[in-house]
Design a protein around this ligand. Structure first.
Ligand code: PLZ
Length: 444
């Protein structure tokens, strides 16, 4: 692709996918394992801000950010400059062999801006799943216990340990061999589907009863929770749920791990989703995705005494905290610190919640509107019931794709449409995308 920045407008010039994408997809099907799916086989050549440009010259509005990664915007100028400068200077040493400064700088940022008024330390990896795996390793080492508690509807990754922690065995774990042990799933607070009027405290007591009766404290190392569940369809637990859980883990010496891989770093209108509930004090955070504008890097951040429980040499990996990815992370974190980014997530929430709630009032197929910041979702039902309506979501997603809007589904029942736009999206572009989606809902 030639010139940047790309005009921030939707443009559909061929069928989607167009002929060039279709030809590329033929090649892909010959060369790439079927195990890697293709939700929308449109081949992207370039992107800027909130616009993706495909091989046929179509311009799609991105409402997914590659699942919450390009939060700062595609090809953000600060990130591009930082990466270009770094790549010409130093691309690799292996931090645990011969270190370099920007790894330390990323850790300093994360220690400062994660919630919790205590001394923190961090360690860097490559992916969200790797961060979750390592957080569990650290919690186990610190407690000398093994048990892991996770929640219904949760998603934590695709490695053996993390797919075993996911709520859905299919498609993540089924057939891929024995699941990891010592993992217990307990009920989440899911306000739309819990008994009417159930408070967050009640939902937490329900979870805690499961933990105490079915798991026991004797061998429990950690409780891992997404403060807003991502793949589950942006389930925001009822107020009081996270705080009550946190009080219980603290009282019982259990390490509380907040998986902020999807919800973290300015996405929800705070630095981290955990900031939204007072009294929720996780010990460790897993962070990835939006932290580096598209470069692969992840982190575990948390209480220094827990983070230091691992013996030297116990944590690491060849590429973890790679200098080019770390340069991108510093560029993103500096922009968030400078101001405007978190505020933009709140502005997007205002637009999204107004438009989506108006749609809910109009179309009985929408059962719930929820989320925070630029992380909002609508759950589709069969009108008049709570029965999940995946067919409606499939139709709306297909309609949106054909009209140049990339939108993602989610949810245990695949009946949720989630909105994760880059924060660089303009108001006009966001409204245009919502108009397309609304037309798709109206046509149901
Ligand atoms: N924890 C909360 O959302 C990644 C999965 C995409 P990785 N979610 C997107 C897919 O289908 O593979 C995720 C998450 C939460 C952990 C992870 C895992 O992060 O970087 O994909 O390993």
């Amino acid at each position: 692709m030639s010139e940047f920045p790309v005009a921030q407008e939707r443009k559909v010039v061929t069928a989607i996918p167009g002929p060039k994408s279709q030809a590329l997809h033929k090649r892909r099907l010959e060369a790439v394992s079927n195990g890697a799916g293709a939700a929308l086989p449109v081949y992207i050549e370039a992107a800027h801000g909130a616009i993706l440009v495909d091989a046929d010259g179509n311009q799609l509005i991105d409402l997914g950010s590659g699942i919450g990664v390009t939060t700062i915007g595609h090809t953000n100028a600060g990130v591009v400059a930082a990466v270009q400068e770094q790549v010409a200077k130093l691309t690799h040493t292996l931090f645990t062999l011969t270190p370099y400064e920007n790894y330390v700088e990323v850790c300093e940022f994360l220690n400062k801006y994660t919630p919790g008024n205590f001394k923190k330390k961090s360690v860097l990896f490559n992916s969200g799943a790797e961060a979750v795996e390592n957080a569990v390793k650290i919690a186990r080492k610190a407690t000398r216990k093994n048990g892991i508690v996770v929640f219904d509807h949760a998603y934590h990754g695709r490695t053996n340990l993390t797919y075993s922690m996911n709520f859905k065995a299919a498609p993540y774990g089924n057939g891929f061999g024995p699941t990891a042990g010592s993992i217990q799933h307990v009920p989440m607070s899911y306000p739309f589907r819990d008994p009417a009027g159930m408070t967050g405290e009640e939902a937490a007591r329900r979870a805690i009863t499961y933990i105490e009766k079915r798991v026991g404290l004797e061998d429990l190392a950690c409780v891992v929770i997404e403060p807003i569940q991502g793949e589950a369809g942006f389930i925001v637990p009822a107020p009081g749920f996270l705080r009550t859980l946190s009080e219980w883990t603290r009282a019982n010496g259990v390490v509380l791990i907040a998986d902020e891989v999807q919800s973290g770093v300015a996405r929800t209108g705070e630095w981290f989703a955990s900031h939204h509930e007072e009294g929720f004090e996780p010990d460790l955070f897993t962070i990835a995705k939006g932290i580096a504008g598209g470069m692969p890097i992840s982190a575990v951040t948390g209480r220094a005494e827990i983070m230091d429980a691992s013996h030297p040499g116990g944590l690491g990996g060849t590429f973890g905290g790679n200098p080019v990815a770390a340069a991108a992370a510093v560029a993103v974190l500096k922009q968030i610190e400078a101001g405007g980014v978190i505020e933009r997530a709140r502005e997007i929430e205002t637009i999204l919640s107004k438009r989506l709630n108006a749609m809910k009032d109009k179309y009985p197929v929408i059962g719930d509107v929820r989320g925070r910041g630029a992380m909002m979702a609508i759950e589709f039902i069969e009108p008049g019931t709570h029965n999940p309506n995946q067919a409606a979501v499939d139709k709306v997603v297909k309609h949106s794709h054909s009209n140049g809007v990339l939108v993602l589904n989610a949810g245990t029942y695949y009946n949720v449409i989630r909105f994760l736009p880059p924060l660089a999206i303009t108001d006009a572009l966001l409204h245009d995308a919502l108009d397309v989606i609304e037309a798709g809902i109206a046509a149901l």
